[in-house]
Design a protein around this ligand. Structure first.
Ligand SMILES: [Fe+2]
Length: 170
């Protein structure tokens, strides 16, 4: 009888450990995407051309400043759950789903269409983290993801509205 209890307990510890590794993997994927996205947004901030330069140039700065804060928050959250965040550019480029921008001049339509896709990738990351965290009773991770979901969904909505307007004008 005692043996059975111990076995169940060990299995519980094992599942819990595996759960934490799965959440850490999800968080590191998200962290990698954030890092590549930060560089991409600043690249666009530098290379935007066109009559809406001033608006888009400063909007992109606002967006990458926000992403930069999120990079720090996610890395420190990984540490707070006793795990190790990825910390090199090599790690991020090997892991990320978001691709870098090339060193070329870009118009705002191209930029907004591209970052709309990227924000949707971030929403997928955050949703998966939340689902896995809920399954493992990691409520701090799950609660943190709520803020990100609200933030990204609002940005996606705004960019979608803006592109509709652009399509109508063209
Ligand atoms: Fe700048």
């Amino acid at each position: 009888m005692n043996k059975k209890i111990n076995l169940d307990h060990n299995l519980y510890i094992l599942n819990k450990k595996e759960g934490i590794y799965m959440i850490t993997e999800d968080l590191n994927l998200f962290l990698s995407n954030l890092n590549v996205f930060y560089r991409k947004l600043q690249n666009y901030h530098w290379n935007i051309i066109g009559e809406d330069f001033f608006n888009v140039h400063s909007k992109l700065e606002e967006l990458y400043d926000e992403i930069n804060k999120q990079i720090d928050e996610i890395a420190e959250h990984i540490l707070s759950i006793g795990q190790m965040p990825l910390g090199t550019m090599k790690d991020y480029l090997n892991t990320a789903q978001i691709s870098e921008a090339s060193n070329e001049k870009k118009c705002s339509k191209h930029i907004y269409e591209t970052i709309l896709k990227d924000y949707n990738i971030l929403i997928e990351n955050v949703t998966k983290i939340k689902e896995d965290a809920d399954n493992q009773n990691k409520y701090s991770t799950s609660a943190l993801m709520d803020e990100y979901l609200v933030n990204y969904e609002k940005i996606v909505w705004m960019i979608t509205q803006l592109l509709m307007n652009k399509d109508n004008n063209n």
